[in-house]
Design a protein around this ligand. Sequence first.
Ligand SMILES: [Zn+2]
Length: 374
Amino acid sequence: MESYRGAKKLESLSLAVFPFLGSPFLAIEKMDLFKLARTLIDIDSVTPNENEVGTYLLGYLSDLADRHGGEVERLEVAAQRFNVYARWGDPIVTLSTHIDTVPPFISSREDDTYIWGRGACDAKGIAAAMIAATVHLLEAGTRNFGLLFVVGEERGSAGAMAAAKTPRGSRYLINGEPTENLLALGTKGALRFEIIARGKLAHSAYPELGKSAIHALLDVLQDIRRIPLPHDTVLGACTLNVGTICGGRAPNVVADEASAEIMFRTIGDADPIHEAVSAAVGGRAEAREVSHTSALRLSSFDGLPTTVVAFATDIPVLGGQWGKPFLIGPGSIHVAHTAEEHIAKKSLVEGVEIYARMVTQLLAAQPAAQQASL
Ligand SMILES: [Zn+2]
């Protein structure tokens, strides 16, 4: 632990009042929250280079652990890659998000309304909001919760895979991704195929001597687009996008090869879609599955407005090992992964209040006997 002490660190978040459950932040607290978000953004942690931001968080959280009787651990994932875990008491609730980002690194800036930069909403602003909520909870005397910051979410979920193998008994997981502070009732799945058609070259003046791969592909795609897609009352419609299409050699050549990449956003069992795609292709082309992430149903939470999101998270990889999952966070997925990534300061502050309230309510919902045993 001592070796983390040297990490460059901010003045710790401080508070003089009991601030959550709707009480407004003091101006100084907001400044600390924004400063922490910007400090995290300014440490380049494009996957898989999370070492520096992880080291910074170890130092920052070690101070918080020292002051409030907590413990901080470095959970190894791979060489120079580790998750950061902090706990106060025996955690029943864990707040968790990821500390890697997509490329390229973009340093932070701010104006009156927003904080900008890579990771502003996905997900370093969220990490800062979770830490600020932790400070509020600790100052209020709350215990039995923890923080888990994982590496690798943006590419392969290595951190979540490692975390799933080392659960710490937490019964609830609050996973942070940008949902505009709405509780996600589910995430659509993603099922991706490549459709490959093969034909026979010929002079286009004599098409009967060849076999057009492009014509075959168009017919197959048309039949795939006719597949009736299911609808779910919570997750909405299963949708299909024909994302890319390519093939052929010249206008006067019968094409010998053509392919398309298609993607379904699923809302349930993917097997019927597999079968329908095979039937639609009908031997005229090859349908190769490229990847599949299952659709996910999540629970509601007393008093929080809800949404459904289409993006993927670490929740399926964590596999319930860190407790029953909830998905919520400040910021919008629509600007994540873009050159204009940003987060509204107001949304960050609301995120802190939501996280603190959720932890408090989840702890309060525990049976008295269990609380006493902890
Ligand atoms: Zn994310």
